[in-house]
Ligand binder design. Structure first.
Ligand code: ADP
Ligand code: MG
Length: 405
């Protein structure tokens, strides 16, 4: 069976549709820093409204500690959604089902409401299937269909992603459909050379995916905070840079496996070393061999790949037919250390084949650095989900929508 998608002959006239999205946007004091995840599900929402449905939008936001974690209210999201949509979005607060449904049951066709953070109810993420099912049954009584368009959560067995779609008619929205198509293309028949660029903070987050990718890729390019564990595994000194001691051995094995699989691994030849982790820390570029002897000394930490590395990495990317990039090359949030990420992002826009950006921070980075989203083949909204897809793990939220690997 394949993914059940929204086909044009679907009749949702007058129906109440629950649209499960991933509006887990970065917030700074209640202000949305990057609304990419909201814009990503708009096509599905407007399609449902054009079809005369009444839509209840649900999402999680962060990891709330209880039902009244007001810092993690979806109210700012509802406000932004309303602006983008050009129509009113009613925020339904009040965690208990009774309050929610008394408001939702009055929903008219073409109306949109957003329910409060789904994780305010602990049953959403409960490990007990019975608790998740109990939640889903309360909802199933009130909705005619469930549409899942939150790609970022399809790797999780959670009540709104798995149990509710199992109880109602359910479909994948356009975003999920596109994500699956792109990631499937990466795992089945990628044009070669196929290059994977990895960065970000932790090697432990990504080692599963890089190992799983070894048989199918030609090049692996590594930068970001995770690279220091690999460099250390090769015997280089890394000062106070991000390091996962317990992953050094695993990293060494990975490098050996890569060689065995004829995969070329590109590591940086120079690093931007800073005196401290701050936006205005004094810094200098050091060749990797000179890390220990440099004037920045061993108390410095690497916050970006150096220009020579960025140039070399960009060359590999540009000459590839397929590129998947996950994880910034440096602390791009600080202007002084955004250089490597910028050069890599630019190179990705110049790939003539398929270029895919995956990962929450990576997607935020390309937008924050001013790149036009349309310059990339695809920007995946799901960090963990896209990695697990590529890794070959089970994806319950897709399987319940009919998808099979
Ligand atoms: P994604 O969300 O795209 O998967 P990650 O969450 O793995 O990416 O990593 C993103 C974070 O990694 C960013 O906040 C960035 O500042 C950080 N990072 C990148 N390079 C370094 C570095 N050299 N030292 C410390 N942190 C880094
Ligand atoms: Mg991240």
């Amino acid at each position: 069976m394949s993914l059940r998608t929204l086909s044009s002959d679907l009749d949702c006239d007058g129906q109440v549709v629950f649209l499960r999205v991933d509006a887990n946007v970065p917030l700074d004091g209640g202000v949305i820093v990057d609304d990419g995840r909201i814009r990503a599900f708009l096509p599905t929402l407007t399609w449902l409204l054009d079809k005369n449905a009444a839509v209840v939008v649900g999402s999680h936001l962060g990891r709330p500690q209880g039902p009244n974690d007001s810092h993690l209210s979806l109210a700012p999201v509802a406000a932004r959604l309303s602006e983008l949509l050009g129509q009113q979005v009613t925020m339904v607060s009040g965690g208990d089902g009774k309050t929610v449904w008394s408001q939702v049951d009055e929903l008219l066709p073409r109306h949109v409401c957003m329910v409060e953070n789904l994780r305010f109810d602990p049953r959403e993420t409960s490990r007990e299937a019975s608790e998740r099912l109990e939640w889903a049954m309360e909802w199933a009584n009130h909705v005619d269909a469930t549409v899942v368009d939150g790609f970022g959560v399809v790797h999780r067995k959670q009540a709104s992603v798995y149990e509710l779609p199992s109880l109602t008619t359910s479909f994948a929205g356009f975003l999920v459909e596109k994500e699956v198509a792109v990631l499937q293309a990466l795992t089945t028949t990628p044009d070669r050379p196929y290059t994977v660029v990895l960065g970000g903070s932790k090697v432990s987050d990504k080692l599963g995916v890089i190992s799983a990718l070894l048989p199918s890729v030609d090049n692996i390019v590594v930068g970001g905070g995770m690279v220091f564990t690999l460099l250390k595994a090769q015997g280089f000194a890394v000062g106070k840079s991000l390091l996962e001691e317990d992953m050094i051995e695993t990293s060494r094995n990975f490098l050996a496996d890569a060689a065995e699989n004829n995969v070329r691994v590109y590591l940086p030849s120079d690093i931007v070393m800073a005196e401290s982790f701050s936006p205005d820390a004094s810094h200098e570029v050091l060749a990797i061999e000179a890390l220990e002897s440099g004037s920045a000394g061993s108390s410095a930490l690497g916050l970006d790949i150096g220009p020579q590395s960025a140039h070399a990495f960009a060359e590999v990317v540009r000459s590839s037919a397929t590129v998947f990039w996950n994880g910034p090359m440096g602390v791009f949030e600080f202007e002084a250390f955004a250089g490597g990420t910028k050069v890599l992002a630019q190179a990705l826009t110049e790939v003539s084949g398929l270029s895919v950006v995956g990962g929450g921070d990576s997607a935020a980075a390309v937008r924050a650095l001013g790149f036009d989203e349309s310059a990339f083949g695809h920007i995946s909204t799901g960090g963990g989900a896209s990695l697990e897809f590529l890794e070959g793990s089970a994806l319950p939220g897709l399987e319940i929508l009919g998808w099979q690997r």
